[in-house]
Design a protein around this ligand. Structure first.
Ligand SMILES: *Cc1c(COP(=O)(O)O)cnc(C)c1O
Length: 457
């Protein structure tokens, strides 16, 4: 019986995926208590595995979100590509510990190859080190740990040994439009959010370089500058050549948060947005957003492998075995020891798409974002940002919150809200490989219907 269980799980996953475009995008009539009841109590005895699978499916099915589908435009969310979803199932079946070459040479080698491909796609230095992390948060945390090591080492302080008590203060500079994961990374790293000097941004959300220059000049000492490829609301890119030049004047480490925007570098039509970016010291990106691989998948790249490894590796006596010396050790570049073999899904996605396919995916999504903007503008809505990438900010005057709620309730599509420069707006992000022009047209129709209903109420 148990032999049939993995195919059964795959079949259920297949059926769900096949129906993604057909089901309501968000389960609005959800009764959480009913789901809790269906999930039940902790049993004293065992349950047959096949029964467990059916119980799980039945219990949570009403609460599932079609976020992997073509009309989900919330946050910045992709949906797993076919090869990546299948490779993820295989990753589970193989159940490798991706810690190091001794626990799984397969995991180590797949990460080595996929990581090298990613550097190539992003135009990063071939000598850069990389870690396959859990996502953008993991990427920012690992990169800022490497930054903390390097800027304090230059100040004669070994932070890994001595900690931060008595250390020279580290100043961190980031635009007001930075992602909240930067702040959390600073908290986790003991730098604290007070170390952060918030730099104003221009109206499109990019860091104001003269203001950055002025902020850097107020003091000396260890400094880290956090730039952004793809502002979370507008998709704007910082002016990398100018911002990096300003940072270099003060010997600051430059980190680029490129959770989704780094993918512009893999696309000839958009690559200009990332000009100069490769001159930074570290970069983070997500796999589970725009590459459309399953969760959890992100990347941390570092131009200074020694700083990267100094911040994240460890050695324990029981680990020193006959590990093939020449193989890269994945666990030395991330925050976990025992870990999922994350390289398989990224390798599979890149292999399925190829260089051209990645560029096409990114470019197609950006064209669909422009389609949204054009049609909503025609409908009388206010397009607030310059749609340089896949993000569209839309205002419906005072009706915005109610339009947003009505659209979300429609089940036709789902997009989130945001507050941008004091205005409550609809935030549309197009990041899914399956989204078509028809999906955009249908979503615009749903938005127009919702707006009309709000106006006549
Ligand atoms: C999504 C995002 C993050 C966080 O990534 P997670 O994968 O959700 O941890 C960080 N920075 C930016 C710019 C993002 O868009």
């Amino acid at each position: 019986m148990t032999d049939d269980l993995l195919p059964r799980a795959a079949e259920l996953a297949r059926d769900f995926r096949a129906d993604l475009a057909g089901r309501p995008v968000f389960p609005h009539d959800l009764d959480p208590a009913a789901v809790r009841t269906a999930l039940g109590d902790l049993p004293d005895g065992s349950t047959a595995p096949a029964t467990v699978l059916e119980q799980l499916r039945t219990a949570v099915e009403p609460a599932l979100v079609a976020s992997a589908g073509p009309r989900y435009f919330g946050f910045v969310t992709g949906g797993a590509l076919e090869a990546a979803a299948a490779a993820d199932i295989l990753t589970t079946g193989w159940d490798q510990n991706g810690f190091n070459p001794l626990t799984s040479p397969a995991a180590a080698l797949a990460e080595e190859v996929a990581g090298t491909w990613l550097k190539d796609l992003f135009g990063l230095p071939p000598t850069a080190s990389f870690g396959f992390v859990t996502g953008g948060q993991g990427g920012n945390t690992v990169c800022l740990a490497a930054a903390r090591h390097a800027v304090l080492e230059r100040a004669g302080w070994d932070v890994e040994t001595r900690g931060l008590h008595g250390a020279p203060p580290v100043r961190v500079f980031a635009g007001s439009g930075r992602h909240a994961t930067i702040d959390r990374a600073l908290r986790l790293l003991g730098l604290g959010t007070q170390s952060l000097a918030e730099v104003p941004t221009s109206p499109d959300g990019a860091i104001d370089v003269p203001a950055l220059r002025a902020a850097l000049s107020t003091a000396d000492g260890p400094a880290i500058v956090c730039l952004q490829a793809g502002e979370v609301n507008t998709g704007a890119f910082d002016d990398f050549p100018a911002a990096i030049a300003a940072a270099r004047q003060h010997d600051a480490w430059v980190h680029v948060d490129g959770a989704f925007g780094l993918w512009a570098a893999a696309c000839p039509a958009l690559r200009h947005l990332t000009d100069g970016m490769a001159g930074a010291d570290s970069w983070s990106a997500d796999g589970h957003k725009w590459l459309n691989v399953p969760y959890d998948s992100g990347y941390a790249f570092c131009a200074h492998p020694a700083a990267h490894v100094a911040a994240t590796s460890y050695t324990a006596a029981y680990l020193v075995g006959d590990s093939p010396e020449t193989l890269r050790s994945p666990g030395d570049h991330v925050l976990e020891s025992s870990r999922r073999a994350r390289g398989f899904t990224t390798w599979a996605a890149l292999r399925q798409l190829g260089r051209q396919g990645v560029a096409d995916l990114v470019e197609r999504n950006c064209a669909l974002a422009r389609r949204f903007a054009a049609q909503l503008s025609d409908a009388g809505a206010d397009i607030v940002n310059d749609v340089v990438l896949n993000q569209v900010l839309v205002g419906f005057g005072d009706d915005t919150p109610r339009v947003l709620e009505a659209v979300q309730r429609s089940g036709e599509c789902w997009m989130g809200g945001t507050t941008w420069q004091g205005r409550r707006l609809m935030r549309i992000s197009v990041s899914n490989w399956q989204t078509t022009e028809a999906d955009v047209d249908r979503s615009v129709a749903a938005i127009r219907t919702a707006w009309r209903a709000v106006q006549t109420r």
